[in-house]
Design a protein around this ligand. Structure first.
Ligand code: HEC
Length: 204
């Protein structure tokens, strides 16, 4: 336990809160031009931070934890990166009035039976998470028809409506990586089928 590292963390935290963008290196300076599936593909297999550091973070982050096994957590992060790519593509194609392109991009975050299963699985240990996730996809479902109608404002409205579901979930929940036993105890589920690459929506 190093008390000064907690102090540093808190300083960094305050800096993020107070100074926002200028000193913060977190804003991406350039958008990735390729899909995140080409990004680092190795799962985080080794424990990366001592538990005291993780505890310090948990103290700062009061959002509701979503218990996830490591592979599920990584899967969720990949889904998230893809969600952001979908929004990137929607806005880029809208700017070109490429209506089919907007529809295609919107389909990456639209509702589907697979999405529904994944959301139920991810939210198994966190009350309200699955509902919010399904609400997010339902909102995204409105983007495609707006593009089909070639209605720029309707596309923007539906996209903003969708984004507010993203931000609401981010305000409410955080990942909590747990082992299989803990996850099963917390969810009552008996196994984790989320290890594969079966998720849809990798844009190209
Ligand atoms: C139902 C909940 C929910 C919705 C809806 C949601 N997210 Fe997330 N998102 C999360 C959680 C939980 C995390 C993990 C936060 C953490 O690290 O603890 C996350 C993390 C992320 C990350 C960081 C990924 C990383 O590499 O660490 C990005 C980017 C992201 N979300 C984008 C989006 C975008 C864009 C949307 C909407 C188009 C969206 N999310 C909708 C729950 C959600």
């Amino acid at each position: 336990m190093k008390p000064h590292s907690v102090a540093v963390l808190m300083l960094v935290f305050s800096a993020c809160r107070l100074d926002a963008a200028p000193t913060e290196p977190s804003a991406p300076s350039s958008a990735p031009s390729s899909a995140p599936s080409s990004a680092p593909s190795s799962a985080p297999t080794k424990p990366s931070a001592p538990s005291s550091a993780i505890d310090a973070l948990a103290t700062l982050d009061s959002r509701q934890p979503v218990p996830l096994q490591p592979m599920m957590a990584w899967h969720q992060k990949r889904n998230m990166m893809e969600h952001l790519v979908a929004i990137q593509l929607i806005t880029a194609r809208l700017a070109e009035e490429d209506w089919e392109g907007v529809e295609q991009a919107a389909s990456l975050i639209a509702s589907s039976p697979t999405m529904q299963m994944q959301c139920e699985h991810m939210g198994a240990g966190a009350a309200g998470f699955t509902e919010l996730a399904l609400e997010f996809h339902a909102r995204a479902d409105q983007i495609g028809p707006a593009a089909a109608a070639r209605d720029t404002q309707a596309v923007l409205r539906a996209t903003a409506h969708t984004l507010s579901a993203c931000t609401r979930c981010h305000e409410t929940y955080r990942q909590e990586v747990v082992d299989a036993e803990t996850w099963q105890a917390q969810t009552g589920a008996s196994h984790s089928p989320m290890g594969g690459d079966e998720h849809p929506g990798t844009p190209d």
